[in-house]
Design a protein around this ligand. Structure first.
Ligand SMILES: Cc1cc2nc3c(=O)[nH]c(=O)nc-3n(C[C@H](O)[C@H](O)[C@H](O)COP(=O)(O)O)c2cc1C
Length: 204
């Protein structure tokens, strides 16, 4: 098969992206609205960018009517968010928070999760998540504001929390972390079947 993506509908393009870019890490993003309402939602168009400054990005995609996600609306208003980690223990509750509730409804309450105060930003962290990155907005890059159009939200990590375990005093232990990844459709991947490959020496 080979094709020009411009001949497909936006939904078909989205399906190809999420089936091809796998497994994707999941940012479980907590935000707070201008009126103080808490919000929590998962985003798997997510990655780290750099260590100077320590920075991450994720992409909230508009719904099929072109409406922006509450997470993006809140970040525009407050400039702050927290990326909470997703592992086997909290995956089911992460999934519950992806339901599209009306603006102002707290997914913390709906999924029975505990908000705990952050150190440097207003949005709370998720207690049931062992690693949390408090972020301050650096930039929003908008590619399209129409249906299924996307925005790249770039943030600086201004405070980092890790529970012990998976933090062992020196590193985050892969076996203890049990991170999960998002695949296409409704599929997820565990990270229990990893293999190691050392980087080659530079050629002389
Ligand atoms: C594992 C997972 C990953 C998701 N990744 C994304 C994503 O990268 N971008 C996006 O726009 N929506 C993504 N979604 C859907 C949002 O979580 C969903 O639209 C949510 O209701 C948005 O919440 P909000 O309007 O409170 O921000 C994902 C859902 C799940 C379950």
């Amino acid at each position: 098969m080979d094709l020009d993506p411009r001949t497909l509908s936006a939904r078909e393009r989205y399906a190809l992206l999420i089936q091809t870019i796998v497994p994707r890490p999941i940012a479980w993003v907590s935000t707070i609205g201008a009126q103080g309402a808490l919000n929590l939602a998962p985003f798997s168009f997510f990655t780290g960018i750099a260590a100077e400054p320590m920075s991450v990005c994720f992409a909230p995609v508009n719904n099929r009517h072109g409406a922006e996600k509450d997470t993006l609306v809140n970040i525009r208003q407050t400039g702050e968010f927290v990326v909470n980690s997703v592992s086997e223990e909290n995956a089911a509750r992460m999934n519950e928070t992806s339901a599209e509730y009306p603006h102002g409804v707290s997914e913390f309450e709906k999924a029975g999760l505990t908000p705990v105060p952050s150190a440097a930003v207003k949005p709370p962290r998720v207690k049931e998540s062992p690693i949390q990155m408090e972020c301050r907005l650096l930039q929003i890059v908008t590619l399209s504001s129409g249906p299924l159009g996307g925005h790249l939200v770039i943030g600086e990590v201004v405070h980092f929390h890790a529970a012990e375990p998976p933090w062992d005093g020196r590193a985050i232990g892969r076996e203890k972390f049990k991170a999960v990844g998002r695949m296409g459709g409704a599929w997820y991947a565990r990270t229990g079947d990893c293999f190691e490959m050392k980087r080659p020496e530079a050629l002389r």
